[in-house]
Write a protein that binds this ligand. Structure first.
Ligand code: NAP
Length: 212
């Protein structure tokens, strides 16, 4: 097992990328499991400002999603939340975030971009996938029973350089942001699916209700 960041060993940072619309317990379990399994020094949640691939009207403001991420992660000493994509003007391209993180934390820092496997499968449609491959490794969170066939097929697409992807099965990802938004819309409870503070914030701001 590699040692955590010391003078001799580069720092290992997990970047938890997602829209977090809203953040839920499945995301928190994913981040904690990656911290443990990959011997990371810290996890930085990076809520997308303007997701490049989404025009969904059902998306809460970047500021609301950022604040819910802060509330959800506040009690964990190795979790923080970055405003890097929230404050960026224009689409939230991952390649720009990775470059900025290398600039802030040093070129030797090892970056692990953690996100859902369904998002990573689209990597060839992202901006500059070959550059991304040089900047980070991916940790793909999957629900139990997720088929890796699509990832095997990805390697058959020409001879393009692809990022290294590690898979991590997370049973708690049976929880999804889509289901939470639907539950709120229908007046059903989300207690215990999101942290208590996030439940309160959703109510206070009236997010995802029918009139939104
Ligand atoms: P998405 O398509 O909304 O999500 C795909 C699946 O992954 C959903 O089931 C989602 O569940 C899950 N998921 C998303 N983030 C997760 C996380 N951190 N941990 C565990 N599961 C997660 O994906 P997205 O949130 O919009 O995008 C994911 C990341 O990829 C973001 O950081 C985004 O900026 C990046 N991305 C970059 C580009 C680009 O650079 N061009 C293009 C696409 C995506 P929930 O809905 O429950 O979260």
């Amino acid at each position: 097992m590699k040692l955590k960041g010391t003078n001799k060993n580069p720092k290992r940072i997990g970047l938890m990328g997602g829209t977090f619309n809203p953040i839920h317990i499945g995301h928190l379990v994913t981040a904690e499991e990656a911290f443990f399994q990959f011997n990371l020094d810290e996890i930085i949640f990076v809520p997308s400002g303007k997701p490049p691939h989404k025009t969904d009207r059902d998306i809460a403001s970047a500021e609301d999603r950022y604040l819910m991420a802060v509330i959800a992660t506040a009690s964990n000493p190795h979790f923080t939340v970055s405003r890097i994509e929230i404050d960026r003007v224009g689409p939230s391209y991952t390649v720009d975030t990775l470059r900025e993180m290398k600039r802030i934390y040093g070129v030797d820092t090892e970056l692990f971009f953690i996100t859902g496997a369904d998002a990573i499968i689209e990597i060839l449609t992202w901006k500059d996938p070959e550059i991304i491959a040089d900047l980070c490794q991916f940790i793909a969170a999957t629900r139990p029973g997720y088929s890796l066939r699509k990832f095997e097929e990805l390697h058959l697409v020409g001879n393009r350089k692809l990022p290294k992807v590690h898979f991590m099965e997370i049973p708690a990802l049976a929880i999804s942001s889509t289901d939470i938004r639907l539950r709120v819309k229908e007046g059903r409870p989300v207690k215990y699916l999101v942290p208590e503070g996030v439940d309160q914030y959703l109510k206070k701001r009236g997010l995802y209700k029918e009139h939104e």
